[in-house]
Design a protein around this ligand. Structure first.
Ligand code: ZN
Ligand code: ZN
Length: 199
């Protein structure tokens, strides 16, 4: 195939210093995540890591149940599950449960794997291996976030929208359509030309 030519068409845009770990890296896109050297750094940038015994809250957007989510390997996944898998081990179990009853908490020390029967409240929806399609897709789970025709191009973004846009790897035009804003608005959010105060 033409991986060399594909690579050639996406030249290195910049040498950056990771916003989290300060490692030097090269980026070929100006898109979301390009300010971090890795998924791990992007993920942990959204968690307030406190003392080892304290809760580590997810500081990006939360759903109506108080859980954080992040796009991971093409699926929208519960943030605390990602924390557990990154820090402890990859899982076959369907659920990662909280000992601390704080849905936003991503401290692996407060998390443990379990079955759906262990805790129905803490075991919702998507596991890592379930693709976010069909009933697991965002539009089914969060219909209020995916208004159809309700927004126009003058729609104003909320801080939650901004966090979701920055976490998403979807193409700008798709996000523009979903949030009812112009593509340039999406670009400004991603490059932090707007909403810079949200980090
Ligand atoms: Zn890094
Ligand atoms: Zn906790």
């Amino acid at each position: 195939m033409t991986s060399a030519s594909v690579r050639a068409s996406y030249p290195v845009v910049a040498n950056r210093i990771c916003n989290r770990c300060a490692i030097h890296f090269e980026t070929t896109t100006g898109g979301p995540g390009s300010y971090f050297c890795s998924f791990e750094c992007r993920f942990w940038s959204k968690v307030s890591r406190r003392g080892p015994l304290e809760c580590w809250p997810w500081i990006a957007s939360l759903d109506s149940h108080g859980y954080g989510h992040i796009w991971w390997n093409g699926a929208l996944v519960l943030a605390h599950r990602v924390a557990f898998e990154l820090e402890v081990k990859p899982l076959a179990e369907p659920c990662v449960l909280h000992e601390c009853d704080s849905p936003a908490c991503c401290n692996p020390a407060h998390l443990f794997p379990g079955s759906k029967q262990d805790n129905s409240d803490d075991c919702i929806r998507k596991g890592r291996d379930r693709k976010a399609t069909g009933d697991a897709s965002g539009s089914r789970l969060y219909p209020e976030r995916y208004p159809r025709g309700a927004r126009v191009n003058t729609a104003r973004l909320t801080p939650e929208d901004v966090a979701e846009i920055r976490a998403s790897t979807e193409p700008g035009p798709i996000l523009a359509g979903r949030f009812g804003v112009n593509r340039s608005t999406i670009t400004r959010v991603r490059t932090r030309a707007s909403w810079a105060h949200l980090g």
